[in-house]
Design a protein around this ligand. Structure first.
Ligand code: UFG
Length: 351
């Protein structure tokens, strides 16, 4: 049974806590008084994140952070961490996340994302920890039949292995609860996280050529890329470019803190969309970023990217009604903070 605990009595294991969303969530949790244990293998994150988190939260809260460089799929390492700490809740971010790469590396994606989840929940069960928040994605909705997307909108077949891993892990965690009603599962379906911490100390740091729009726009603005490639201007949207529900990563982080509070003392499986409820086109993003950085970001029109949907955005009223959570930041805030991060860290965490 999930006991009701105060934050200072709650130890939260954050897998993938050095990553983009994980690191911002760790800051929120430490600021909120939680004890936090991070496990991250740094396969797609920097060792510098730990110090950045500590600088942001200050020494008192930083004392509540323990950081392990380990793979979630390493059962021995995970067992040791659970033996060492009384873990009350888990937030599971760790996983590969590049849609295109997942098409060329399906074995790696299935084995890493699904394998590490199975190891994690088995170790959790063996240590009588049955509360988990999972990083799911709006990708499970596929090409929407109607908008906005609510949590009861149909799940559609995924179009790539990455999407299937999110889809299947949702099912796996739901099956855990069906088999053992003591499990407490929260599935958070993220829309498009962008932005950065307002301090400029943490942000998105993709390796190689960015797959996602925002880091590509930010790197073009700073001159690392020549021009933004707009993938299609012939969609049935107001300006012809793809529309998404972009959400500030700090809002996403506060969404996890709200979910932790909400799940306190409960059992069950609950799904929440985390977005803003507003759609923004690629052109609108390029214009908003140009405003934020003070010069026009150049772009060219390319063909559509296979697998992209024209438009999606969330109905987030469930998160508001049940958890009291709502996104606070708008597109100009997101672009301002992303530019602040990019311009102060042109090469991400490497300087
Ligand atoms: N886009 C461009 N040029 C680029 C990159 C993207 O025009 O260089 C466009 C896309 O066509 C789309 C929009 O910008 O219209 C957003 O694309 P992203 O790649 O930034 O994001 P996606 O919506 O494709 O994917 C994101 C996450 C996935 C997640 C999905 C869920 O990256 O992990 O949302 O809907 F699965």
């Amino acid at each position: 049974m999930s006991q009701a605990l105060t934050p200072s009595d709650t130890c939260v294991l954050v897998t993938g806590g050095a990553g983009f969303i994980g690191s911002h969530t760790v800051v929120e949790l430490l600021t909120g008084g939680y004890q936090v244990v991070v496990v991250d293998n740094l396969s797609n994150a920097s060792a510098k994140v730990e110090d950045r988190i500590k600088t942001i939260v200050g020494s008192e809260a930083a004392a509540n952070l323990t950081f392990y460089i380990a793979d979630v799929n390493d059962r021995n390492a995970l067992n040791k961490i659970f033996d060492q700490h009384h873990i009350d809740r888990v937030i599971h971010f760790a996983g590969y996340k590049a849609v295109g790469e997942s098409v060329s590396k399906p074995i790696e994606y299935y084995s890493n994302n699904i394998g590490n989840t199975l190891t994690l929940v088995d170790v959790m069960r063996n240590h009588d920890c049955k509360s988990i928040i999972f990083s799911s994605s709006a990708t499970v909705y596929g090409d929407p039949e109607s908008l906005p997307l609510t949590e009861v909108s149909a799940k559609k077949p995924a179009t790539n292995p990455y999407g299937w891993t999110k889809w299947m892990i949702e099912e796996i965690l739901s099956d855990l609860h069906a088999a053992d009603p003591e499990w407490n599962v929260v599935l958070l379906r993220y829309f498009n996280p962008i932005g950065a911490h307002a301090s400029g100390l943490m942000g998105e740091d993709p390796k190689g050529i960015p797959n996602n729009l925002l880091p590509y726009v930010a790197q073009t603005a700073i001159g690392k890329r020549e021009v933004v490639h707009v993938f299609g201007n012939d969609y049935p949207t107001p300006d012809g470019t793809g529309v998404r529900d972009y959400i500030h990563v700090v809002d996403l982080a506060t969404g996890h803190a709200a979910a932790l509070q909400w799940m306190n003392g409960r059992t069950g499986v609950e799904i929440f969309n985390l977005g803003t409820g507003r759609g923004t086109s690629v052109f609108e993003i390029i214009h908003a970023f140009s405003e934020a950085c003070g010069h026009e970001v150049p772009y060219v029109i390319d063909p559509r990217r296979p697998g992209d949907v024209a438009e999606n955005y969330a109905d987030c009223s469930k998160a508001h009604e049940l958890m009291g959570w709502q996104a606070q930041f708008d597109i100009s805030d997101m672009c301002r903070d992303a530019w602040n991060w990019q311009s102060h860290n042109p090469n991400g965490y490497e300087g």
